[in-house]
Each structure stands twice: as C-alpha cells, then as structure tokens.
Design a protein around this ligand. Structure first.
Ligand code: ZN
Ligand code: ZN
Ligand code: ZN
Length: 365
C-alpha cells in the first residue's frame, strides 16, 4: 500500500480526534489491518511484538523488533522505536503510551501481549480499538475507492473470461487454479481466494474447492477476489453446465430480484440493516427464507471483510464513501447453492457499482 506520507499524518490526526470523542488516552494496534492503514506498514504475523502506539497528546511511535526495523518505511508521521531481543516490549509499549487510563487495543493483538499489559498496568482500562479504527476505515477517500474500483473491474474481466472455459469434466480444484491465474493476469497483485462450489457443494457458502468432477447440469458458484495496492475485489457469479433443473431456475430468478432490490436500496442515510432486510424480504416472500443462511454483506477495503457489516441489528447509518458487498444467497442442502455478489460504494445520492459483469447465470460447456 503506497499513499503519500502526508496521508498517514492525516490519518493519525483523525485517529486522535476519534480517540478524543471516545475518551481514549492511547490507541495501541498490533498485527492486522489497522497498522498498514495508519502507518503504511504491514507487520509480519510473528510472535515478537510490533505495535503502533498513538497517545492522544503525543507523537505516535511504531515499536518494532530490531531485526524488522530495516523493513519499515519512515513516513515521517511517527517515531520508529526498535526494541532489542532482551528488552521487555510490553513495558516499553506501556511507557510510550504514558500509562494510559484508557487504552484502545487492536483486534489482532496477540492475547499474550494484552494479558502482559493488563498485568503490568492494572489500573488501565482496556477497550477494543475497532469501534474507533472502523470509523476511520469505513469512510474511504477517493484514492481508496479508486483502488477498489480497479480491483472490481479486474474481477469482472475474470468473470467474462471464465465463460469461455470448459467446466464439464474438470474438477473444482482445476477451475479454482484457472481462476486464480486469471485474477493475477487481469491486474491483481495476488489472488486472495477462489471458491468453486459445484452441484450440491454449492449449498456450503465457503466450500473449499476439492476433487469433485463437474458434470452436465451442474450449477457452479464462483466467488473470487484479489488485491490491488492493498485493496480487495470480491465478486460471486453463478455458472451452469448446460441446462439447470427447474428448481434451480426458479430460485435463481428470486435471488436475482433480491440482489437487485438490495443494490437499488443502497443510499446514504439509511441503516446497514435495511439493506439486509430488503434482500431477505424478497427471498423470504418467495419461500426460500430458511435457505438464506448468512448476512447480506460486509464492508471491504484493506481487509476482505470489515465494517460495515450488512446484517440485521447493525443500525450504523450509511454514508458516502462506505464500500461493501451485497451478496444474498440461496442454499438448498443436498441440491444446489447460488449467490450473487457485487461491491458497491455509497455516493451522495445512491451508490456506484464496482462490479459491472452480468448477474445473469452464465451458461458454460
Ligand atoms: Zn464469504
Ligand atoms: Zn465473495
Ligand atoms: Zn464477500
């Protein structure tokens, strides 16, 4: 991820504003996506402590194991403080944070370090950092939306190319490998995932592609994505070898309608849960309610799944710049599954679709 150094200074300033509003004295984030967002440094998920400490009234400090320090790019927005093998990094982190009364801890901080901090600073109240960092990360700026758009359009080209592939006689694993190759060929730096779920396997939303050989009449759910400049694509399209069953065709019509209605509903000022309700109402009214077994969507950015989650109970108000998936599905155990997934960005008066490939089912050989 590469943004101008000034962006990180601005993000840290925004973080301090949010900390102030939440009554937090120090923000402490370790491995996980908050650190690259705030500091432009993707810490390896090692056992040694890497931690960005942002005191409300002092300079931010990136505490990093001495041997990792050469890999850190100095953004000028924070101090880089290497610790030596024989140091106690937990004590150093608490010292840099100024023994805070309230510290917000990143979700991806190893329990070992949080337990250590709790033991060494019993008067500090530790709270989750995600309510703070998600407030920042959920509002994408133009540059971030640009990368999401680039990634989305690259994923669309993969969908368009897959139609020309022969599915019949190949295994799910083979189709997954082809998909991953195309994800990179179409401009992603890495292929992040490729779910290929054929026939009855489609009823498992996160099915791991395996050795099942795809045959005539099989529906195949393809859910794939990759990463461009740190930002992800994530789209799902449905392929059928030849003619599907009448039951499949009937359910697909309902799903198509539900997904389109949910995308149409996206606009600023409504709650995230309203999008879930819109999709669920259509599917439930048609009698498939019990087969829609997951939330309607998730935010997307430098993580594939992040806030805002599009789910009943999430009353978070949608605002321009929020990006998330709209991906209702219908899963009939033992028979088939289907899902249609697009990434959308909330605009001033509605939404922009970042996936433009056809949402009709794709007929393949
Ligand atoms: Zn998923
Ligand atoms: Zn997906
Ligand atoms: Zn998704």
């Amino acid at each position: 991820m590469m943004f101008p150094a000034a962006d990180y200074a601005a993000r840290l300033d925004s973080a301090r504003r949010v900390m102030d509003a939440h009554g937090v004295d120090a923000l402490m984030v370790s491995v996980g996506a908050d650190m690259p967002y705030l500091a432009g440094y993707e810490a390896p998920q090692y056992e040694r402590l890497t931690m960005l400490v942002v005191p409300g009234d002092g300079e931010a400090t990136l505490l990093v194991p001495r041997l990792e320090a050469p890999a850190v790019i100095d953004r000028g927005a924070f101090e880089i403080l290497p610790w030596d093998e024989t140091d106690d990094p937990v004590a150093i982190a608490l010292g840099v944070a100024g023994r805070p009364a309230t510290a917000a801890i990143g979700d991806h901080t190893w329990a070992r370090f949080l337990l250590g901090m709790q033991a060494q600073s019993p008067t500090t109240r530790f709270v989750p950092a995600t309510p703070l960092t998600s407030e920042l990360r959920a509002h994408k700026d133009e540059a971030e939306i640009g990368w999401l758009r680039t990634a989305g359009h690259a994923a669309d080209r993969v969908a368009a190319r897959l139609v020309a592939e022969r599915f019949s006689g190949r295994t799910e694993r083979e189709i997954a490998a082809i998909t991953r190759e195309m994800i990179v060929e179409e401009g992603h730096e890495v292929a992040a995932f490729a779910i290929v779920a054929s026939g009855p396997n489609g009823a498992s939303p996160h099915h791991e592609p395996a050795d099942r050989v795809i045959g005539p009449g099989d529906p195949v759910v393809l859910d794939f994505g990759g990463r461009v400049m740190g930002y992800f694509s994530d789209t799902t399209r449905d392929f059928v070898v030849g003619e599907p069953s009448a039951a499949y065709v009937a359910a697909y019509e309902v799903l198509r309608e539900a997904q389109a209605a949910a995308v149409d509903a996206v606009r600023p000022g409504i709650a995230a849960q309203d999008i879930d309700r819109t999709a669920r109402e259509v599917i439930t009214a048609a009698g498939y309610g019990e087969h829609f077994i997951h939330r309607t969507g998730h935010g997307i950015g430098i993580e594939v799944h992040e806030e805002p989650y599009i789910i009943e109970g999430n009353q978070r108000i949608l605002k321009p710049g929020m990006a998330f998936s709209v991906e209702p599905g219908i899963y009939v155990p033992g028979q088939f599954g289907m899902r249609i997934e697009d990434i959308v960005v909330v605009t001033g008066d509605g939404s922009e679709a970042l996936n433009l490939s056809s949402r009709d089912r794709y007929t393949v050989e």
